[in-house]
Ligand binder design. Structure first.
Ligand SMILES: CC(C)(COP(=O)(O)OP(=O)(O)OC[C@H]1O[C@@H](n2cnc3c(N)ncnc32)[C@H](O)[C@@H]1OP(=O)(O)O)[C@@H](O)C(=O)NCCC(=O)NCCS
Length: 339
């Protein structure tokens, strides 16, 4: 039962929300392009030149998405200087939940011992972290909650078809987390803008296992429980949507791209990242890239990258950061943060 008084009635004004701690976790096991050469008809040269990916992390068989999320969450709590008992809400963005239900967020809540926290999952595919950031921020802004933990976590290796060279070279496993709180006198999250286009749902999907196509012997034999993608069309849509979301977010804040210290795009493919940066007029110094080491970790991608950017000193307090994402749905989004 919640013990904090409901503050909405007594404090009606919106307040700012900052990211007060970040953390990430990737599994130990590294899968290199050389190993993929032995699994499917591909080459290191093809993967590197078409995607920029050199290796990705693969979770152990007994390591589920909630375990990756839990490890990232603990690091974010430490960075924020709080304990799990301080959390009011946990949101996990994922397309690879441990199971259909209960939510991965509830499993994380139990694992970290966040006894007071409400918990739910949010699904916006690779855009999930920015969607979750936006949703979580509203709870803090409105005074509904003081401390929200937002996590992007994926075990993509569990839904990748390891016989399909078109997709299996692209994805990896990992998790990233952020603690949202009001930091007095800080501006924090300046804006977020989100978008979606269900008309292009077929471009990137996992067809079976839901209510439309429940699991059957036939669905398993037809390999319908694996991710499928139209790579070329997805590529084009990604660049267009990310550029437009980034420009809209910057425009809303009255900012130009040169004022942003670090641009953290969803790490899908190096060619997508450079195309987006070029169209935005951003420099190599501004663009954060780690797709070479992790591949596409879906909802975890920008969360891991944000943590690395902070750890590496690419982002320090006061800097402007732009997150920009794209994923199945289709979904997309951007967030401008005064760190
Ligand atoms: C998938 C992707 C890397 C393919 O790159 P591309 O330059 O578009 O390549 P094409 O689709 O033109 O494919 C060229 C050829 O390479 C082949 N190919 C695909 N995967 C391959 C692999 N791993 N190794 C070798 N050849 C491969 C294709 O079969 C095709 O062969 P064909 O011409 O004989 O049919 C690229 O389209 C992409 O990154 N798309 C976006 C994917 C993405 O980010 N999705 C997630 C969004 S959140």
């Amino acid at each position: 039962m919640r013990t904090t008084p409901h503050p909405r009635t007594s404090r009606p004004h919106l307040r700012s929300v900052s990211i007060t701690g970040v953390g990430s976790y990737v599994p130990q096991r590294i899968l290199t392009n050389a190993e993929l050469e032995r699994m499917v008809e591909t080459t290191d040269e093809w993967i590197t030149s078409r995607t920029g990916i050199r290796e990705r992390r693969i979770a152990a068989s007994d390591e589920a998405t909630s375990d990756l999320a839990t490890a990232a969450a603990r690091r974010a709590l430490t960075a924020a200087g709080i304990t799990a008992a301080d959390l009011d809400l946990i949101i996990v963005a994922t397309i690879t939940p441990d199971m259909m239900f209960p939510s991965t967020a509830c499993l994380v809540q139990q694992k970290i011992g966040a006894v007071r926290a409400a918990a739910f999952d949010l699904e916006a595919a690779c855009s999930g972290f920015v969607y979750a950031l936006d949703v979580g921020a509203h709870f803090v802004q409105s005074h509904t909650y003081n401390t929200v933990l937002v996590i992007g976590a994926e075990k993509m290796s569990s839904v990748v078809d390891w016989q399909d060279r078109n997709t299996c070279v692209l994805f990896g496993d990992g998790a990233g987390a952020a603690v949202l709180q009001n930091r007095p006198k800080a501006h924090g999250l300046l804006t977020t803008c989100l978008g979606s286009d269900g008309g292009k749902a077929k471009l990137l999907e996992l067809p079976a296992g839901g209510s439309a196509v429940p699991a059957t012997v036939e669905s398993v034999a037809g390999r319908l429980h694996y991710l499928r993608m139209d790579g070329k069309e997805t590529f084009k849509s990604a660049v267009t949507a990310m550029v437009s979301a980034a420009n809209e977010a910057l425009g809303r804040c009255g900012l130009t791209v040169d004022q942003v210290r670090c641009i953290i795009p969803h790490q899908a493919n190096l060619r997508i990242l450079t195309a987006v940066a070029e169209r935005l007029g951003a420099t190599d110094e501004q663009l954060f890239v780690n797709v070479d080491r992790y591949g596409n970790t879906s909802a975890a991608s920008v969360a891991i990258a944000l943590d690395e950017a902070v750890t590496q000193g690419r982002v320090v307090r006061g800097d402007l950061v732009l997150l920009v994402v794209f994923g199945a749905g289709l979904t997309w989004g951007a967030a401008v943060i005064e760190w």
